[in-house]
Design a protein around this ligand. Structure first.
Ligand SMILES: [Zn+2]
Ligand SMILES: [Zn+2]
Length: 364
């Protein structure tokens, strides 16, 4: 045992094994450092923040963001125990806040507390996404058209809806620069203008998946940036000749299309109500969309025929009484016309008659 054992070699107070005492160790150590000023670059339009040169969506409110900033401006020595923190923030202007930070704890059994003010500077800068949006930036366009017809309003609304759903999906996944720049109505369809090749491709695939049809791509070189060639791509979508809900003449029969995949049509036979599928033929003829079917009263039912009062000619016509219709005198049926041929597409249910009729009117 030497003379110094049991005493701090620096100040001489008792220490268990003759090591430096807590007070002497603490003297040379900084327990807590807090930067006096922190800066946060945020977009005034969308609230995104820029960290280390990279923009990202900010998922927390400004208060929480300020607490996070103060916490990241603070570093506490690893050996500190019993840490207590208190942060009080006051906004003094739109771009300045003052935080009063109080930290207490113990280091080598020596208690300490410090208090410091931190200035938070909020720097406003338009983010990369808002910059592109306000500048009308785009990398391509999707032209939604149909083969040999105009797309229906259902198809156009659905295409636009899909475009915004894809935008939501990609933004949520963190793809900030993928958005729909604009949707323009054209006389034969709509143009969806998009900001990134990713979103253009996803929207085109999703529209064809939902509405049938296919697309071709046409890239066009528009310039070069830092040695990288820049292209704008036109996606030319062709929706199929027929759409869901169309009634067509195929061979000698009339069919109601309820689904289609490429040129394969899934249909109900309007004579039997049986489901079939077949490939579309050039000889198939569009008759009408089921939404434009007109109501006609049934006057009588006789061996295999229904007598109906045609409002156009004001005469009684006879049409085949198909079993699946289950119509009788006094019922109202729905029909479409192929020149002089009247094709039955369904029956108005007595209980929902008003709903059906009004629905038909608004669609026409
Ligand atoms: Zn000492
Ligand atoms: Zn922004």
């Amino acid at each position: 045992m030497t003379l110094t054992s049991g005493f701090c070699p620096k100040c001489g107070v008792f220490s268990k094994n003759g090591e430096l005492c807590g007070n002497c160790r603490v003297k040379d150590i900084v327990c807590v450092t807090i930067l006096p000023r922190v800066e946060c670059i945020c977009c005034p339009n969308c609230g995104s923040i820029k960290t280390a040169g990279i923009w990202s969506d900010c998922l927390v409110k400004r208060d929480e963001l300020a607490y996070n900033l103060i916490n990241s401006a603070m570093s506490i020595h690893n050996d500190v125990k019993n840490i207590q923190k208190n942060i009080h923030i006051v906004d003094i202007s739109a771009n300045r806040s003052i935080a009063t930070v109080f930290v207490s704890g113990t280091l080598y059994d020596v208690p300490f507390d410090i208090s410091q003010k931190v200035k938070i500077v909020w720097v406003r800068e338009q983010c990369n996404r808002c910059c592109r949006i306000s500048g009308g930036y785009y990398e391509g366009v999707i032209q939604v058209r149909a083969t040999g017809r105009k797309p229906t309003s259902f198809e156009l609304n659905r295409a636009a809806e899909i475009a915004y759903q894809v935008e939501n999906r990609l933004q949520t996944a963190g793809d900030r620069l993928s958005f729909v720049s604009d949707i323009d109505e054209q006389k034969d369809g709509i143009d969806i203008i998009f900001s990134s090749h990713t979103i253009g491709s996803v929207i085109s695939h999703d529209i064809c998946g939902a509405l049938g049809g296919s697309f071709t791509t046409h890239p066009k070189l528009v310039g070069e940036k830092a040695g990288i060639k820049l292209y704008r791509v036109t996606y030319s979508i062709r929706l199929p000749r027929f759409s869901c809900g169309d009634i067509i003449k195929h061979g000698h029969g009339y069919f109601h299309i309820f689904r289609q995949i490429k040129d394969m049509l899934f249909v109900h036979d309007l004579a039997t109500d049986q489901s079939h599928n077949f490939r579309e033929k050039d000889s198939d003829v569009f008759i009408a969309n089921i939404h434009s079917a007109e109501p006609i009263p049934v006057v009588y039912r006789d061996a295999g025929v229904l007598g109906i009062l045609d409002p156009v000619t004001q005469e009684i016509s006879e049409i085949p009484d198909y079993a699946w219709i289950k119509a009788d005198a006094g019922d109202t049926i729905l029909v479409v016309r192929d020149h002089d041929t009247i094709i039955i597409t369904g029956k108005i249910d007595e209980n929902t008659q008003n709903i059906d009729e009004s629905a038909t009117e608004t669609r026409v």
